[in-house]
Design a protein around this ligand. Structure first.
Ligand code: NAD
Length: 379
């Protein structure tokens, strides 16, 4: 049983799938772990750290790919790597199966079993495997830090002999995991914070962090699904939200947007006209950029200036905090591995609800209905 940890191929990726701590736990159970030389360097884990944890280090990526039984990854391996995997091996990570199923086609054809951490059901038993929440926590924090660094103003209220400096005003749109972390971080730095979310339940959480919740009367509309996620709203309900947001954004120094609806493009919350109404020097930090963005002028992967407003559209923000992002991700992944590694052997119980929910492909076939539908749309 060989677990192989490879260098991430994606250009902007700095995280590593498993840290030395996680490797130590595996080798302690008699599992063989091999690490591609340099895989953990950007996350603060050198080859020597992995060796101390009981792994071997290899410079031969092709050999690792063709012999590994389990390949934990952050991002899916590129097709050229997938080509070399052996049938029956298992790849686990953020595989983006609903966004780009074609990118997994080679592995599926070769009979590689694929588990996607994005599809792990959000049930209590799976909380320790919830890598989406881990990365959202990191991103929510980092968004505030980057925006604060870029803002030509101080954050806290300061009373000095030269006069009083008012606190920065931060508006957070979407108060899920990332939004709540952004609120808490901005509050710690001394900003005055307002937030908006369509889910009424988010209001209490926003207020408990010392921020003001922007109430919008949607006429008793059902905005939340059974799983606690936002539903896709009607154009009228979205417009009511946009009006309240535009009003608050006009006087905000920083707007952090995090609103997402699973499986859909991110809702448009800040039209270009609302950006034009914001003060020059203010900032929009669009954490929904990977899903198209909540702001009309966001360019995913770029930072632009529009009418004097700087608009950040990061697509891999968690990778800008690789040490702690990797630490959390590695713990989530290790907990997942415990489900499929029994007594040092690969054992996949497809009746387990976490494994059934997150399995994308098995035995050369796509086994998830939503992924199959996405693949059919893409074909
Ligand atoms: P997400 O990333 O899907 O969305 C971020 C936020 O955007 C959500 O709060 C959502 O309500 C909001 N949103 C969507 N459309 C909007 C719109 N048009 N206007 C305003 N806001 C909009 O969400 P998430 O951060 O992954 O979390 C969603 C929910 O799931 C939260 O209640 C969270 O506490 C819960 N959750 C549960 C678990 C668990 O294991 N049980 C784990 C993580 C999160």
């Amino acid at each position: 049983m060989l677990v192989a940890i490879l260098k991430e191929a994606r250009q902007d990726e700095t995280r590593v799938a498993l840290t030395p701590d996680a490797v130590k736990a595996l080798t302690g159970k008699g599992i063989t772990v091999a690490v591609e030389s340099g895989a953990g360097v950007q996350s603060g884990a050198g080859d020597q750290d992995y060796q101390t944890a009981g792994a071997s280090i290899s410079g031969n990526r092709a050999d690792l790919l063709s012999t590994a039984d389990v390949i934990p990854v952050v991002n899916a391996l590129p097709a050229a790597d997938q080509e070399q995997l052996k049938s029956g091996s298992v790849m686990i990570g953020f595989l983006r199966p609903l966004d780009d199923p074609a990118a997994l086609a080679t592995a599926i054809k070769r009979g590689v079993t694929l588990f996607s951490l994005e599809l792990v059901p959000r049930i209590t038993r799976a909380q320790s495997m919830d890598a989406l929440s881990s990365m959202a926590t990191v991103a929510g924090y980092k968004a505030v830090i980057v925006a604060a660094d870029h803002l030509p103003k101080l954050f806290p209220l300061l009373m000095t002999a030269a006069g009083t400096i008012p606190p920065a005003k931060v508006l957070v749109l979407g108060a899920g995991v990332a939004g709540l972390q952004a609120i808490a971080t901005a509050r710690r730095l001394g900003a005055v914070v307002e937030a908006y979310d369509v889910r009424a339940a988010a209001g209490e959480q926003v207020k408990s962090l010392g921020a003001k919740f922007i109430e919008v009367d949607l006429g008793g509309l059902q905005t939340e699904d059974k799983g606690g996620y936002a539903k896709e709203l009607s154009p009228e309900a979205l417009e009511l939200g946009r009006q309240a947001i535009a009003k608050a954004a006009k006087t905000s120094d920083i707007v952090i947007t995090t609103a997402q609806v699973p499986g859909r493009a991110a809702p448009l919350m800040i039209p270009a006209a609302a950006v034009e109404d914001m003060r020059p020097g203010s900032i929009i930090f669009d954490l929904a950029a990977p899903a198209g963005g909540n702001c009309e002028v966001t360019k995913p992967g770029e930072t632009i200036v529009y009418h004097g407003v700087t608009v950040f559209g990061p697509t891999n923000l968690a990778a800008q905090m690789p040490v702690h992002a990797s630490m959390l991700y590695s713990r989530n992944l290790s907990n997942f591995l415990q489900l499929i590694l029994k007594n040092g052997e690969l054992h996949i119980d497809r009746a387990d609800d976490i494994l059934a929910g997150s399995c994308v492909a098995f035995g050369g076939e796509i086994v998830n209905e939503r992924v199959a539908a996405a693949a059919a749309r893409q074909a």
